[in-house]
Design a protein around this ligand. Structure first.
Ligand SMILES: Cc1cc2nc3c(=O)[nH]c(=O)nc-3n(C[C@H](O)[C@H](O)[C@H](O)COP(=O)(O)OP(=O)(O)OC[C@H]3O[C@@H](n4cnc5c(N)ncnc54)[C@H](O)[C@@H]3O)c2cc1C
Length: 429
């Protein structure tokens, strides 16, 4: 559709990244003198992060969208390298060209069990946020049907068969809004609900460079649990991207985040005592908090489809999100092209929600330490099965084998409790 309210002005309001086009600038300023402008699109993507840009990239690749009017809005220009995504996959993915580093082997360490694993046919891959942002945004600038603006979004609403996105000075209308922004405090909501576990996966990572060639850039440390476990399930990733350069990330699963100096102390300690590195330069630092919960995030309503972490796409028991975003965006494209409702997409079988809840129950109530739990998993299963399980792609038979590998005494009562909670919730709705 894209009938254009103020369509003459639409082009003039586009602010394309750092492009300093005098024509756009003059018109942008003129239009901002008017009161709220209204503009119509086929699709609006709110948030130019991993989910928003993954969806936009797929739209740009499909001819169905070449005559659709698309708007991307973010409050930030996405010019900083604020995140590093790691994930595993067997085939080349959507962002294969910008994979920064990849590993075919991983190490696992804990006090009870340590081993090196060959990942084949999987590869563990790393993509830098800045590469994903610049690749997608630069390509979007070549598409005349795509507008990009940088404004703080105040609200998104449904109105009959249209969704409305409001910023301070504008209203944008669309057939569908794909939203990756949190407007409510999910944690507050989740804490008020019964049988919902709220943990946070929080971390700080440093890229360090050293003068010697000490790292093996072919092997990633997937999890090193030998560190202090007193503040929650804690482990370290070591992701070498060169012989003298690695991303070291201290990660915890717990209810509360730490003070910055506590992450710093843990990183310093790990680098000194486990990597045996005394002199290093920190060339990059990043930190983050990812929900680990069985809280059911809203999928959206009517013409607003939530995507990314805000849409509950993050795996509740692991925090991994990148590949689930890829699956979800692929499914959204399929739905739109086939005139199906993108709100009805289901990317995981229901039983994976149960498994996440059981694992969260065990971790939340500290029925078993995370290091012991992951040690059992890695000692008694093939790494390929574990990765497949974490991707929610295993068969029931494979899942039974995995369940058989962990302590029945710990997991059976948790499983009964979670089955009962799900059953109870179903009856009450
Ligand atoms: C530091 C970090 C590292 C991570 N590493 C991994 C990893 O290795 N593997 C993995 O699977 N997952 C990882 N995750 C989890 C997950 O993949 C990321 O959080 C991912 O970025 C989620 O994508 P998203 O689009 O939902 O959110 P985001 O990428 O955060 O995008 C949301 C966008 O919305 C914009 N926005 C917010 N509010 C407004 C507003 N009011 N108006 C306009 N724009 C707004 C933001 O500027 C942002 O660009 C990581 C998370 C973090 C924080």
């Amino acid at each position: 559709m894209a009938s254009s309210l103020a369509s003459q002005n639409r082009r003039s309001r586009i602010h394309r990244g750092n492009e300093k086009d005098a024509y756009y600038e003059i018109h942008f300023n003129c239009i901002s003198l008017f009161s709220i402008m209204q503009q119509q699109y086929d699709y609006i993507i709110t948030g130019a992060g991993c989910a928003g840009l993954s969806l936009l990239q797929r739209m740009m690749q499909h001819s169905f969208f070449s005559n659709k009017k698309i708007l991307l809005i973010d409050k930030d220009e996405k010019i900083s390298n604020d995140k590093t995504w790691c994930f595993w996959e067997q085939q080349p993915g959507l962002f294969e060209d910008i994979v920064y580093h990849r590993w075919q082997q991983i190490d696992f360490y804990s006090t009870d069990f340590s081993a090196r694993f060959d990942l084949q046919p999987y590869q563990y891959k790393m993509i830098r946020g800045i590469d994903l942002y610049s690749t997608v945004l630069n390509e979007a600038k070549q598409h005349s049907n795509i507008d990009i603006i940088y404004e703080d979004i105040l609200s998104i609403e449904n109105s009959s068969n249209t969704a409305i996105v409001r910023t301070k000075t504008n209203e944008f209308y669309a057939d569908y809004v794909f939203n990756s922004i949190f407007f409510d405090d999910w944690k507050q909501q989740a804490l008020q609900q019964k049988d919902i576990y709220v943990l946070l996966q929080h971390f700080k990572g440093w890229i360090i460079e050293i003068s010697e060639n000490k790292f093996d850039e072919r092997i990633a440390t997937f999890m090193d649990f030998r560190v202090d476990q007193n503040k929650g399930t804690s482990f370290v990733y070591v992701l070498p991207v060169a012989k003298n350069k690695a991303l070291i990330e201290h990660t915890l699963f717990s209810e509360n985040i730490l003070q910055q100096h506590e992450y710093d102390a843990a990183l310093e300690n790990y680098i000194r005592h486990y990597l045996n590195v005394k002199n290093y330069t920190v060339t990059h630092s990043e930190s983050g908090v990812i929900p680990m919960t069985n809280f059911k995030f809203s999928k959206g309503e009517n013409r607003v489809v939530n995507i990314g972490t805000a849409g509950g796409i993050t795996k509740g028991s692991s925090g991994y999100t990148f590949q689930f975003i890829q699956k979800h965006s692929e499914n959204i494209i399929h739905a739109l092209v086939n005139n199906e409702d993108p709100l009805h997409i289901k990317i995981n079988a229901n039983r994976f929600y149960l498994y996440d809840s059981i694992l969260l129950n065990v971790l939340y109530h500290k029925k078993m330490n995370g290091d012991k739990l992951f040690a059992q998993l890695f000692q008694r299963n093939s790494v390929q099965h574990i990765l497949k399980f974490l991707d929610n792609e295993t068969s029931l038979k494979e899942e039974l084998n995995i369940m058989n590998s962990v302590s029945l005494k710990t997991f059976l009562p948790a499983a009964i409790k979670e089955i009962y909670s799900i059953f109870k919730a179903k009856i009450n709705t």
